[in-house]
Design a protein around this ligand. Structure first.
Ligand SMILES: *Cc1c(COP(=O)(O)O)cnc(C)c1O
Length: 395
């Protein structure tokens, strides 16, 4: 018996959803089934399995009991009919895309997506004769006009990196319906705590579960969620691509998920406090956070999201050297990419993510020398601010 009370709060579901009431050795936690294959008792059992009379496992690439619990729990958190786990967020994105297109097809993606997603669509899909149109984020007329007869899906992300632009789910759904194309959203930054795009009628949601869902900066994982028929189509290709998550990672994900709403609730509050602190700071040029009134997408964010998320982006007053001094003076906050974990991390996109770009190319994308992205953890907000003060003292 799985805990299937749909009316339960997300705080409760995060602990109980997807679990079987009876577990191996009466364990409270879901066991890690560390097995690559599963034995059949006899030929009768094989027959029952192949005739679909008996649900069971066959081989590790096609499914694992620990993974199954994670899929069921994530499906319940996002109100999805079906979930599919992957070894990383990028594996979820690339496998989903490949499952939905064939040579001669066209896709549309907004220009503010995750770098590797854009690179995959722009460079690799072309090799297979799949045409990709990249449209400016937030320009819904251009998005609408770019859909053609052979367009298979439109793909966007929300909120985006690093400026935290927010996509309008209502308009996205309208455009998808009008052209009868599949809508896909990378909802990693929002998480099912702050927004559930499937509730808006979006067809498919993808998360890098590496971030808030797992939440401890210790695993890589990805998940696809949505309607059964679409997810099953991707599941078939996944069996051939083989980007499966291992059972131990699933255990860590399940463990992380138990505190997911508590963490994100705290991160929402801390990030808003820090965004307000940064906005009022004499050594900050500008702060970007969806729940700040000064943010371009404040209205949509307030209407469609429960919280602004755990990431705050800002520019310090000063040049590249001032930015480096700021970063080098931090004592608690780690200088590291990624987000969504319990530790507060800061990145300087100009010198890390965009180090291969010329200064001009970076500036065209808004990646200026004095820009920082702060991914808040669950430390006390005063301690995070105290550390930022150490940095500002050197700017
Ligand atoms: C991190 C991230 C990804 C990629 O996920 P991995 O788990 O690192 O493969 C995709 N989209 C967004 C928005 C991300 O932040």
């Amino acid at each position: 018996m799985s805990q299937k009370d749909k009316s339960q709060s997300i705080f409760t579901k995060s602990i109980h959803a997807g679990e079987d009431r009876a577990r191996y050795a009466d364990s409270i936690t879901t066991p890690i089934v560390q097995s690559s294959t599963y034995s059949f008792k006899d030929s009768k059992e094989i027959e029952a399995y192949t005739k679909n009379d008996k649900k069971r496992y066959e081989y590790g690439r096609y499914g694992n009991p620990t993974e199954k619990v994670a899929e069921r729990r994530l499906a319940e958190l996002d109100n999805a009919e079906e979930a599919l786990m992957f070894s990383s967020g990028m594996m979820a994105i690339t496998t989903t895309i490949l499952a939905l297109v064939q040579s001669g097809d066209h896709i549309v993606i907004t220009d503010d997506c995750y770098g590797k997603t854009l690179e995959f669509c722009r460079s690799y899909l072309k090799r297979f004769g799949i045409e990709c149109t990249i449209v400016p984020f937030g320009n819904y007329d251009v998005l609408d006009a770019s859909v053609k007869k052979n367009t298979r899906f439109i793909f966007s992300e929300s909120p985006t990196n690093p400026y935290l632009n927010v996509f309008d789910m209502v308009k996205f759904k309208q455009i998808g319906d009008k052209h009868k194309v599949i809508t896909i959203i990378d909802s990693t930054f929002a998480t099912p705590f702050n927004q559930r795009p499937l509730d808006y009628g979006i067809d498919l949601v993808i998360h890098s579960a590496t971030k808030y869902l797992a939440g401890h900066n210790d695993i890589l994982a990805g998940v696809l969620l949505g309607k059964k028929d679409l997810v099953l189509k991707v599941r078939e290709l996944h069996k051939s691509m083989g980007g499966v998550i291992d059972p131990h990672c699933c255990y860590l994900l399940l463990r992380g998920l138990k505190t997911f709403p508590l963490r994100v609730k705290a991160q929402n509050a801390t990030a808003l406090r820090i965004a307000e602190y940064l906005e009022g700071h004499p050594k900050t040029e500008k702060a970007y956070y969806p729940f700040l009134k000064s943010h371009n997408h404040y209205q949509i964010a307030k209407e469609q999201m429960k919280g602004g998320g755990g990431v705050v982006t800002f520019t310090v007053k000063g040049d590249l050297d001032a930015a480096k001094r700021f970063m080098d003076s931090l004592e608690m906050i780690y200088i590291a990419p990624s987000l969504g974990g319990v530790e507060t991390l800061i990145t300087h996109p100009a010198t890390v993510t965009y180090y291969r770009y010329t200064r001009e190319q970076r500036y065209d994308l808004g990646i200026v020398d004095n820009l920082f992205r702060l991914a808040v953890g669950i430390e006390d907000v005063e301690d995070i601010i105290a550390d930022l003060e150490r940095g500002f003292a050197k700017v």
